[in-house]
Design a protein around this ligand. Structure first.
Ligand code: C2E
Ligand code: CA
Ligand code: CA
Ligand code: CA
Length: 274
């Protein structure tokens, strides 16, 4: 290697340990997945906690891997965030959501807006990041965004959120309660919704402390003129509690798991009709 001095050889240097090799090959595979049509979006309905009527959907990405089958996002989003692929991945998500929204409209299915998840790390790749923001603003009538509370620790992410909301894009703060967002940040952030993390929601009906936390998030949101979404609702008892506490929107396996676009349309029509 020293003799030829070619950079390409360095990548395959025996000194690279196997963990690094695996990481590099996974990054390569993920790049292929993004450009080669292996990503899929599934959609989970978000309903009125008061009436049970479906209101909008959240888009959740999956990787249809040729050997491993459907890979969940927790297994590849972190890698995408560390390897600068998150920009092109997110741009794909945004474009696919716009395409799906049009397809539903053409089929006469009035599925509400589609919420897409944004990473803090999008801003690493400024070209993709700018394209993402442009698309989101252009399609603000059909798309909304979710940004995690922990991502908002970064000033860059807060600036993105301010820019998007100033341009009329509706934003939710995701996983609220887990990210230690300071109340000072919250005060200055123009988000529309607080999305309570499912760890506080799941055992609401049996854990008084969780109930106290959800109650205080509802109060906080009301004081800040924001809406509340409760995620991870799995039981009727939890849904009843949320309704009684005045939570606006809810989402969870109780109503539906995330579904492919065509199945979501069938679910939506049946739900809205019945
Ligand atoms: P998230 O944004 O908090 O999404 C909610 C997760 O909770 C989803 O997992 C959803 O399937 C799951 N879930 C929904 N209802 C229930 C329930 O009743 N019980 C339980 N136990 N789980 C429920 P999923 O689809 O595996 O996504 C995991 C995370 O991956 C997401 O968490 C989000 O942080 C990330 N993610 C997904 N899609 C994207 C994307 O397009 N871009 C980015 N940057 N991140 C994404
Ligand atoms: Ca989310
Ligand atoms: Ca969440
Ligand atoms: Ca989460």
């Amino acid at each position: 290697r020293a003799k030829t001095g070619r950079i390409g050889h360095a990548v395959y240097d025996a000194a690279l340990d196997s963990a690094q090799m695996l990481r590099l090959s996974m990054i390569g595979e993920l790049r292929t997945a993004i450009s080669g049509g292996q990503l899929r979006l599934h959609y989970q309905p978000v309903l009125s906690a008061q009436t049970g009527r479906p209101r909008h959907v959240e888009a959740l990405v999956r990787w249809q891997h040729p050997e491993h089958g459907l890979v969940p996002p927790d297994r590849f989003i972190p890698l995408a965030e560390q390897s600068q692929l998150i920009g092109s991945l997110t741009l794909w998500v945004v474009n696919e959501a716009v395409r799906q929204s049009r397809a539903w409209a053409l089929d006469g299915v009035g599925v509400g807006r589609i919420a897409v998840n944004l990473s803090a790390h999008c801003s690493q790749d400024s070209r993709a990041d700018e394209a993402i923001r442009r698309r989101l603003v252009q399609h603000r009538d059909v798309l909304t965004v979710e940004i995690t509370e922990s991502a908002l620790a970064s000033e860059e992410t807060r600036a993105t959120l301010r820019e998007l909301t100033a341009a009329g894009v509706s934003c939710a703060i995701d996983d609220f309660g887990t990210g230690y967002a300071s109340l000072a940040h919250l005060r200055e952030l123009p988000a529309d919704q607080l999305k309570i993390d499912r760890t506080f929601v799941q055992h609401l009906d049996t854990q008084p402390r969780d109930e106290a936390i959800v109650r205080s998030v509802v109060d906080l949101a009301r004081a800040l003129d924001m809406g509340v979404v409760a995620e991870g609702v799995e039981t009727l008892a939890t849904a009843d509690r949320l309704r009684d506490m005045g939570v606006g929107l809810a989402q969870g396996y109780l109503w539906s798991r995330p579904l492919p676009g065509d199945e979501l349309a069938v679910w939506w029509v049946r739900q809205a009709g019945g």
